[in-house]
Design a protein around this ligand. Structure first.
Ligand SMILES: [Mg+2]
Length: 266
C-alpha cells in the first residue's frame, strides 16, 4: 500500500452512501471526517447512490449518522432511470417500488400511469422496478407487458446492500428471480455500474482529470470505477468482507484508514 495516491491527486470523488458513510443511519468510522475533508479539498464531491428510495431518505439517514450535506450533492438511481427513459423517448411509465424514480419523474414530461394503462397503449411506454416492488404485483403484469414489447428498467442490479442488521436483499435479487419466471424478460438496470449512471456522473462532473470512486460493493462500485476509467477505493464496512476478484485500486477497512493513508503525513 506504499503507492496509495494522495487525495489531492483527484479532481473528483464519487462516493457511495450505504455501507460506506453509514449502515441504516448508524455512522461508520471516519465517514463524517472523510466527507468534511473532501469538501474542504479542491476535489468535487458527488454522493452517488443506487438506492431506490427518495433523496430525502438518503439525506435523513446521512444526517442521522452526523453527515449533513446539500441535497444537490446526492445523485440518485432515479435520475439515471429518468435519463435512460428520455434517451429511449419513453412518454408513459409505470413505477413499482422505486420512490427515487417517481421523484425524478416530477421534473420531466414523462407521465406516470398504472401498469394496465401501458397495455392499452404499449408504444413509447416502460415499466420501472425498484427494491420495494411487490413481486406478486410485478408478476401479475410482467408477462403481458413483455409480450406487448414494453421495456422494463430498474434502479439497479445490486444483489445485496448494507443494512443496519447486515446485508439486505437488493433489487438485483428480485430482478434475477423475475427474469427466471417471466419468459423474454431482460431488465435494463440504470444505476451503478451501468451506462445511464455513468452518463449522469460524467456530465455532472465535466472537465478532465483523475476521479476516485469510493464504495463498499465490488460488483457495483469497483465495476463503476472501471466504466468511468477512475481509480477505486473499496471500503470493507458494508456489502463485502474482501475485494474478491474485483481488483480495486486499493482496499481499506474503513474511511478512517483511508484518511490516514491519503491525507495524513505521507
Ligand atoms: Mg453501498
Amino acid at each position: 500500500m506504499s503507492d496509495v495516491p494522495r487525495l489531492g491527486r483527484y479532481r473528483a470523488v464519487v462516493c457511495d452512501v450505504d455501507g460506506v458513510l453509514h449502515v441504516g443511519g448508524d455512522p461508520l468510522p471516519g465517514a463524517a471526517a472523510w466527507i468534511e475533508t473532501v469538501r474542504a479539498s479542491d476535489a468535487e464531491l458527488l454522493l452517488v447512490t443506487n438506492a431506490s428510495w427518495e433523496r430525502e431518505v438518503t439525506l435523513a439517514r446521512l444526517a442521522a449518522a452526523g453527515i449533513v450535506v446539500p441535497g444537490e450533492l446526492v445523485v440518485t438511481s432515479g435520475e439515471a432511470v429518468v435519463d435512460e427513459l428520455a434517451r429511449l423517448t419513453i412518454r408513459r411509465v409505470a413505477v413499482m417500488g422505486a420512490g427515487s424514480v417517481t421523484e425524478a419523474l416530477a421534473d420531466s414530461d414523462i407521465v406516470v400511469v398504472a401498469p394496465g394503462e401501458l397495455l392499452a397503449d404499449p408504444s413509447r411506454s416502460a415499466l420501472v422496478l425498484g427494491v420495494a416492488a411487490d413481486r406478486r404485483v410485478a408478476l401479475r403484469w410482467l408477462g403481458r407487458l413483455v409480450e406487448a414489447g414494453v421495456p422494463v428498467l430498474s434502479t439497479n442490479r445490486d444483489m445485496v446492500y448494507a443494512g443496519s442488521a447486515g446485508p439486505e436483499v437488493g433489487t438485483g435479487t428480485l430482478i434475477g428471480e423475475l427474469e427466471r419466471l417471466v419468459p423474454g424478460l431482460a431488465v435494463r438496470a440504470c444505476g451503478k455500474p451501468f451506462a445511464p449512471m455513468a452518463r449522469i456522473v460524467l456530465s455532472r462532473l465535466g472537465g478532465d482529470g483523475p476521479i476516485l470512486v469510493v464504495g463498499d460493493n465490488p460488483d457495483v462500485d469497483v465495476a463503476f470505477a472501471r466504466r468511468l476509467g477512475a481509480d477505486s477505493l473499496l471500503v470493507l464496512t458494508g456489502a463485502a468482507d474482501d475485494a474478491g476478484e474485483s481488483h480495486p485500486t486499493f482496499v481499506v477497512d474503513d474511511l478512517e484508514r483511508a484518511l490516514e493513508m491519503m491525507v495524513g503525513d505521507p
